[in-house]
Design a protein. Structure first.
Length: 567
């Protein structure tokens, strides 16, 4: 078990909101709810175009929509909500008088005490970002929360502080949407930041351990948990019953423990290191402090050790792509000598220049021209030193084989077979949330491993359509495509025999019977090899089942045709 010294219970951390004032937090939650500071309330106040612009970190339309003149004719509560929106979302200082009226229970004095605002001359300025957040739960409930984090680059001048606590960003929502939601006893949120993943884990996990190397990050997470205690089903006086906050690097805070599920949006950004550099020179929310993609490599190798048999990991990551090699070569090497099952999906690939520009802009380092030039050059030199031609970004799923046994086809303690590892590139838009579809894909792979495919009866999934192309006057189509309308929205190029097989999948005949009928129809020539025909077509059919184009009619695994098509 971990040393008790790693448990984080502080409620009053410097430069972070206070979480040791439970009555005041309850009052604040009531005030925010009463003023309509919710996702729907803010969207209605701003209007569609200004709300969309705010989602792109463009403040001007929202500033115009919340000016006093723009609020004339709106309900009386709109002015109070505008004060709150302008304070925290738009970072415009407000008068104490207006804040006292908008949030009467908490008042300016309470906000100052909680560390959410600070005096700015004769006005009151936001010290943190505080915004509504929510989602539709599986049981039809709408979960409505408020999330605090540091003010972002578009809300404040200058380069971000190096211990910046990131708010609700694209990476965090990507992980939320891709996580497979199954009931679990114990979950680990590695690198929790402001707590986004933990909020979602509490919906389907009995207990969540949330770790971070940053005390400020854990302080923000603790504040967010207690501010939203009622919505998250937490007892403020017994937080440890459901959530344990741990301070430390990587897996140190949970040494000796095991979990059913691990999620992580780690500090995976590849950042050039300099001699004598210490942690204070790094952006803790994104920089792992290790050269290249070593932070992701170490986690992929080490995380299966903290899983129970059958436990899974879902995380995001970057990987370096050496010039002249395929993108999957490096990630696959991280699994060498292990029995870990894995699925890597590359969602983006960029060159060194674009990568450098992205992360320099992220931290607003372009506001210091000398810093920008020097750091940009350091990025390029760092990549060149390892012959990196590009950087990939994507989603990673890992699983420890159930019952501690190696997967079929692998010796205990040996390497896993290729059939339990997938590396694919999907750069086009996919359905969100994609987590349910990833879960169904895993279930289909497990079904294939347990069943004789030739004895199965198959159906075409409801979201699948066929597309044929042929030249004018041609007797037969030159291209036959199978397309998915849901999930990962794959497209599969079909051979004539595979297209014939799919068209006959109505659940009546077995796979063996269909292949036999096609062999009789298409075979007969001197060069026809019935065994090669059967094995080749059977392999292609297995791929269609694995990818969700075809589904077992009986037995039907969890994630049936209707569920898989519509999530």
């Amino acid at each position: 078990m971990t040393d008790s010294a790693t448990h984080f219970t502080a409620g009053n951390t410097p430069d972070a909101p206070r979480s040791d004032l439970p009555e005041l937090l309850t009052t604040l939650a009531g005030d925010l709810r009463a003023v309509g500071f919710t996702l729907d309330g803010v969207a209605e106040l701003l209007g569609a175009s200004a709300h969309d612009a705010l989602g792109r970190d463009q403040l001007v339309p929202a500033l115009l929509a919340t000016e006093p003149a723009a609020l004339e004719g709106k309900p009386d509560g709109a002015a109070a909500l505008a004060v709150v929106v302008r304070l925290w979302l738009l970072a415009v200082p407000q008068s104490a008088e207006h804040l006292d009226a908008a949030l009467p229970g908490t008042g300016t004095a309470g906000l100052l005490r909680l560390g959410l605002v600070e005096n700015d001359g004769g006005a009151v300025a936001a010290k943190v970002d505080l915004r509504p957040y929510g989602w539709e739960a599986g049981d039809g409930r709408t979960v409505e929360l408020w999330v605090s984090s540091d003010l972002a680059a578009h809300q404040r001048p200058g380069v971000l502080r190096h211990d910046h606590v990131l708010g609700i960003g694209q990476a965090s929502t990507t992980l939320v949407q891709s996580t497979i939601r199954r009931p679990a006893a114990r979950a680990l949120d590695l690198g929790t930041g402001c707590g986004i993943q933990t909020f979602h884990l509490l919906e389907h996990c009995g207990h969540v351990t949330a770790t971070d190397i940053s005390e400020r990050a854990l302080a923000f997470t603790r504040f967010n948990l207690l501010l939203n205690a009622d919505a998250l089903g937490l007892d403020p006086g017994r937080l440890e019953d459901r959530v344990s906050l741990r301070l430390g690097s990587l897996l140190d805070p949970v040494a000796g423990e095991q979990f059913d599920l691990v999620v992580s949006n780690p500090p995976f950004v590849i950042t050039p290191r300099s001699g004598g550099e210490d942690a204070s020179a790094q952006f803790t929310y994104r920089d792992g402090g290790l050269p290249g993609d070593e932070i992701v490599s170490r986690l992929v190798r080490a995380l299966p050790d903290v899983l129970v048999p059958g436990g899974t990991v879902q995380m995001l990551g970057n990987w370096e792509i050496t010039a002249g090699t395929g993108w999957s070569e490096r990630p696959s090497s991280w699994l060498d000598g292990t029995d870990t099952e894995a699925w890597f999906i590359q969602r983006e690939q960029v060159g060194p220049e674009v990568y450098a520009e992205t992360w320099l802009q992220d931290a607003s380092e372009g506001r210091d021209k000398a810093l920008y030039r020097g750091t940009y050059a350091a990025y390029l030199a760092d990549f060149a030193s390892r012959d990196v031609g590009a950087v990939g970004f994507g989603m990673i799923w890992l699983r420890r084989p159930a019952d501690g046994a190696a997967p079929d086809g692998a010796a205990p303690g040996g390497a896993a077979p290729d059939s339990t590892r997938r590396f694919e590139e999907i750069t086009y838009p996919i359905e969100q949330p994609v987590g349910p579809h990833l879960g169904f894909a895993v279930e289909r792979s497990d079904w294939l491993a347990r069943h004789a495919l030739e004895d199965a009866h198959l159906l075409v999934a409801e979201d699948v359509t066929e597309e044929r192309h042929q030249r004018p006057g041609a007797e037969h189509p030159g291209v036959i495509l199978l397309r998915q309308g849901a999930g990962l929205r794959r497209t599969n190029l079909l051979s004539t025999e595979l297209a014939g097989f799919v068209s006959a999948c109505d659940g009546e005949l077995t796979v063996r019977q269909l292949i036999g009928a096609l062999a009789a129809l298409l075979g007969g020539g001197d060069d026809f090899d019935p065994d090669a025909f059967r094995s080749g077509l059977l392999s292609e059919v297995g791929n269609l089942v694995r990818d969700g184009f075809l589904l077992p009619a009986d037995p039907v695994p969890a994630g049936s045709a209707g569920e898989d098509a519509h999530g």
